[in-house]
Design a protein around this ligand. Structure first.
Ligand SMILES: [Fe+2]
Length: 288
């Protein structure tokens, strides 16, 4: 699932505001579209029980996301605002990086307005309302994760002045989209790209193919990622507190210089210095 970070149009399309937001126009969803949301919701919620970080399930609950039908962003934002000061607004698909970062820095999450077609139930390229709202919004009710998302947006705006967007995008990819987290003795899912995907929810946690490596900011930002298949490596954070701390404490200017010198790593690389939690067989990638 590609995300907003890969977009680069310049002007908001017709009908969008200067900040690229559009009205969600909730009454325009058809009964079939609401039913598709319900189907996706029921399948993912059942799959995630015991697999996802507990604060995600708490988020589903406190935001009342299990209420049938595609959520109304206004109602959702009201609940979210009371918890962490975030809100959800609609956008017409992909937006420029700067716009995306500015919204995050202002504690606004922009979500796709449309929902996928029934034949795209298992895969689509552009983030739709199910990926964006079911995948991303529950964790915005977690105060620490909510702060991380804001810090990421602020870091994103700074990265543009360093020409380091590609490196910073990897941090988003391997945490917000495809992150795993330690939970007791085991691992749990928290990345939106995983939790909104039926196939990858299983794969990321249980399949022997991918590497699972302890998260380190610099290591993660050196690593390329795949947009055409499940990830070959997942990075595991110890906690949201640790992720936020590493992000806030890092001086990104020297880090970007180091990264330019260190060079990129392939999607399946394993280094001697890695904290290896599980070395993958890469069977899936070899097969394909
Ligand atoms: Fe996403």
């Amino acid at each position: 699932m590609i995300d907003a970070l890969t977009a680069s149009p310049v002007q908001p399309p017709e009908g969008a505001a200067a900040d690229w937001t559009i009205p969600q126009n909730w009454p325009s969803y058809t009964p079939a579209e609401h039913a598709l949301w319900d189907r996706l919701f029921a399948r993912q919620a059942a799959m995630l029980e015991g697999r996802v970080v507990p604060s995600f399930l708490r988020g589903l609950d406190v935001l009342r996301l299990s209420k049938p039908g595609i959520p109304d962003f206004e109602e959702l934002s009201e609940r979210l605002d009371k918890l962490t000061g975030w809100k959800v607004v609609a956008a017409p698909g992909l937006v420029p990086d700067e716009v995306f970062f500015r919204h995050l820095a202002n504690r606004t999450f922009i979500a796709g307005q449309f929902i996928r077609k029934p034949e795209q139930i298992d895969y689509l390229q552009e983030p739709d309302v199910f990926h964006d709202v079911f995948g991303h919004v529950p964790l915005l009710s977690d105060p620490v994760f909510a702060d991380y998302m804001q810090a990421y947006g602020e870091g994103g705006l700074r990265s543009l002045t360093f020409g380091a967007l590609e490196k910073l995008a990897r941090l988003y990819w391997y945490t917000v989209e495809f992150g795993l987290i330690r939970d007791g003795g085991g691992l749990k899912l928290y990345g939106a790209g995983i939790v909104s995907s039926f196939g990858e929810s299983h794969f990321a946690l249980e399949d022997p193919s991918p590497n699972r490596i302890g998260f380190d900011l610099k290591r993660t930002m050196r690593t390329r990622y795949r947009i055409d298949d499940y990830q070959q490596t997942y990075f595991v954070i110890d906690s949201f507190e640790d992720l936020l701390r590493q992000t806030l404490e890092t001086d990104f200017a020297p880090l970007y210089r180091d990264l330019a010198e260190a060079g990129d790593l392939e999607t399946d690389a394993v280094l001697d210095t890695d904290r290896i939690i599980c070395r993958g067989t890469q069977a899936r990638a070899v097969r394909r």
